[in-house]
Write a protein that binds this ligand. Structure first.
Ligand code: ADP
Ligand code: MG
Length: 257
């Protein structure tokens, strides 16, 4: 085995979600975060999730990433039925099959950029030379070759997020989930990050599924799935739309987003 794509992992270029439901108990009250959501992606590319705050976007990504259990419904990611994985298989799924990035970059502050990137490989005890080669190659791909020895607090927000992406790509997943990845970034850094994500979707033939409020990002997507109150509100074919058209369309489906 090497640190590159593991051929034992099936090529995962589809996501099929059916009737996905999830509620949380808060005090004595039940909050229905998802009330039966469907979603189909069967080609690599850049896809968006939009919807008002509280509509269930983060919950959807959490469940797809295997970070939480669904109450009802099915999630097929490639050949993997995510809700049927046991604890051990789920750990492997999270580490190898999908990449996940969040609004907070979640880097370890005491580690350098390179050390953060190779962490998934360290957990799987890959040889040091391979960790180093793979880590440097990913940092280079993110335009961060000259930042490999910097700790997170010596990097800009945009750089930190690109380190987080490099880490998420360590085992060459076919799918990347991103929950408001530009939420803490300025316009210029956001723009750069969207370009990186869009490029990954194209060059690596990945599915990149991203939650965003920003019409500029959503307009780069093939399709945008709009949620409203834990349900599907509509799917927007975004390819032909400019950001203002996209924003108007999303608002008419979801209410203001
Ligand atoms: P969004 O990302 O679209 O803003 P979320 O998926 O985070 O929405 O939340 C959907 C609903 O579920 C909200 O009402 C939220 O308060 C609730 N919720 C989300 N996560 C939790 C949690 N861990 N515990 C309790 N309630 C939660
Ligand atoms: Mg959210």
């Amino acid at each position: 085995m090497n640190g590159m794509a593991d051929s034992s992992i099936p090529n995962m270029q589809r996501i099929e979600v059916r009737d996905l439901a999830k509620s949380y108990k808060v005090g004595g009250r039940r909050v229905d975060a998802l009330r039966g959501v469907d979603l189909t992606i069967d080609e690599p590319g850049f896809y968006g999730v939009m919807g008002a705050s509280g509509s269930g976007k983060s919950t959807l990504l959490h469940l797809l990433s295997g970070l939480d259990n669904a109450d009802r419904g099915t999630m097929l990611v490639g050949e993997t039925s995510v809700n049927e994985l046991d604890e051990q298989a789920l750990t492997m799924y999270r580490r190898r099959s999908v990449g996940v990035i969040f609004q907070k970059f979640n880097l370890l502050p005491t580690l350098t950029a390179l050390e953060n990137v190779v962490l998934p490989g360290v957990l799987e005890k890959l040889p040091p030379a391979e960790l180093d080669a793979r880590g440097r190659s990913l940092l280079e791909d993110m335009g961060l070759s000259d930042r490999s020895d910097h700790r997170p607090d010596a990097l800009s927000g945009g750089e930190q997020q690109r380190v987080a992406i490099a880490r998420a790509l360590f085992f060459s997943p076919a799918i990347l989930f991103a929950d408001e990845p530009t939420g803490n970034l300025d316009m210029v850094s956001s723009d750069r990050l969207w370009s990186v994500l869009e490029r990954l979707a194209g060059e690596r033939k990945m599915i990149v599924l991203m939650v965003t409020h920003e019409a500029e990002a959503a307009a780069r997507c093939r399709q945008v799935f709009v949620l409203r109150d834990g349900r599907n509100a509509g799917v927007i074919d975004a390819e032909e739309l400019d950001p203002s058209e996209l924003a108007a369309r999303a608002a008419s489906v979801a209410g203001p987003v």
